[in-house]
Design a protein. Structure first.
Length: 430
């Protein structure tokens, strides 16, 4: 390497313009090299080679065909499974009788065609099989799989899974009715021994009736919130299906679902839509399907099979139109009337409805209740909402008494022409 004198910069510059020598190149090549560099490079290439080798052995991997990686495949095992006959489609049957004896034998009905005497596969425990159970039968007609009861998805959807937030405290002016309801719904579940001691059967059905908007559906919501039982809500109109016999089948399945639960409440809202009196003109008016639904309900209420812990709750505002056969005790044990609230009841309802509203101080709810004679809970709820609207129109932060009075003018007096409660009251008085 040429040695330059410090002060001879010009000479250095001219020399740098030329090519670097072999010595310089050797030094430059050493830059960045550590004692392990060579080995690291060697191992990296080796490992990447191994990875590519593994990939070739595994074959092409598709991420979106849903298959497990080939390394997890067990082709021999699968072949054995298929050849062993376990993979064949199962036939579905119902066990009609289990024969006594040391070896398991059962009568199984397959479709409605025939009954077969069959055994069970080894891996199935005989204790898991019961009479009237759905089972899957293998190729040699032996029970291969116990199956859960078949439930129509539209019916399992009727089950109330999310409990409503309404509680008994949200219902005003119905203390008497609520007491009766608690007695028949909660007492048999919480204290069954009381009924046993007296030797009387607990009531199993009840109808809530009364003029529209007095809190029948509200009460059912509070019951659903309160009990731990399964709550199934059926609206009458859902049962009126296109094909004759569909409604009856739905009732049967609803009861089958209810019986499979430890405790269950069936709530039929607007029961008059399918429980009307039977008439001779049903064929002409197209009510034949509705009548069959009703007959199936009557059958289920006191049929051959024990109803178990199924409680039937109905709500209707035209009890006078209900079929007589349905109304008799044994089918509908209790009839609870929801009347229009009295003065105290109206005051309570007004207080309940305004609980979450921003109302001013010193509102005379008693006076307001007095100004709404013969009003239903729904009308009082509407009064409170309208009062809120008046306050909003005037950009006020809270609702004052004058708003309520204006709302009463509008809802109670203004909407008189819509009033049809006279007819309902006349019908209910019969
Ligand atoms: N006793 C009550 N206490 C508090 N609010 C009530 C009461 N009765 C009715 N309401 C109010 O009126 C609304 C309608 O009541 P609900 O749906 O229970 O009427 P209903 O009796 O089922 O009427 P319908 O026979 O027409 O079905 C409720 O959501 C509630 O806001
Ligand atoms: Mg209702």
């Amino acid at each position: 390497m040429p040695v330059y004198k410090d002060d001879n910069i010009d000479e250095m510059k001219t020399d740098m313009s030329g090519a670097i020598g072999a010595d310089d190149a050797a030094i430059l090549k050493l830059a960045g090299n550590s004692p392990y560099t060579q080995k690291t490079i060697q191992y990296t290439t080796q490992s990447s080679q191994l990875v590519s080798e593994i990939k070739t052995l595994c074959g092409i991997q598709e991420s979106d065909n849903g298959l497990a990686p080939q390394s997890h495949w067990d082709l021999d095992g699968d072949l054995e499974f298929i050849n062993g006959g376990q993979f064949r489609a199962l036939q579905i049957g119902r066990i009609s009788k289990i024969m006594p004896g040391p070896q398991f034998r059962a009568c199984v009905q397959i479709r409605s065609s025939a009954s077969y005497l069959v055994g069970k596969a080894e891996q199935i425990n005989a204790a898991d099989l019961e009479e009237d159970m759905r089972v899957g039968l293998g190729g040699r007609l032996e029970i291969k799989l116990p199956l859960p009861p078949a439930v129509d998805p539209t019916i399992s959807l009727m089950q109330v899974d999310e409990r409503p937030t309404t509680t008994y405290a949200d219902i005003g002016g119905c203390a008497e009715q609520l007491k009766l309801i608690k007695e028949i719904i909660e007492l048999p579940i919480l204290h069954p021994e009381k009924f046993k001691k007296l030797g009387i059967p607990a009531p199993k059905s009840c109808i809530l009736y009364g003029v529209p908007g007095v809190g029948k559906t509200l009460t059912a919501r509070a019951i659903a919130n309160r009990t731990n039982s399964t709550f199934i809500r059926i609206t009458g109109s859902e049962l009126n299906q296109k094909y004759v016999g569909e409604g009856a089948r739905m009732i049967r399945e609803i009861f089958a679902l209810a019986r499979s639960k430890p405790n269950c409440i069936l709530f039929f809202d607007e029961a008059d839509s399918f429980c009307q009196k039977r008439s001779n003109q049903a064929q002409e008016t197209g009510d034949a399907g509705v009548q069959r639904t009703l007959l199936e309900l009557i059958n289920q209420l006191d049929g051959f099979k024990d109803r178990g812990n199924v409680f039937v709750l109905m709500a209707s505002n035209r009890p006078d139109t209900l079929d007589e056969a349905l109304q008799r005790p044994g089918r509908l044990d209790r009839k609870i009337e929801f009347k229009l609230p009295d003065l105290q009841g109206r005051e309570e309802i007004l207080r309940i409805q305004t609980k979450k509203m921003a109302v001013g101080q010193g509102i005379r709810f008693k006076l307001l209740a007095r100004l709404c004679p013969d009003s239903s809970g729904a009308e009082l709820a509407s009064v409170c909402r309208e009062a809120g609207m008046y306050a909003m129109r005037e950009n006020r932060r809270e609702i004052i008494e004058a708003d309520f009075i204006k709302a009463i003018e509008k809802v109670i007096k203004g909407y008189r022409k819509f009033l049809n409660q006279g007819k309902y009251m006349a019908a209910n008085a019969m």
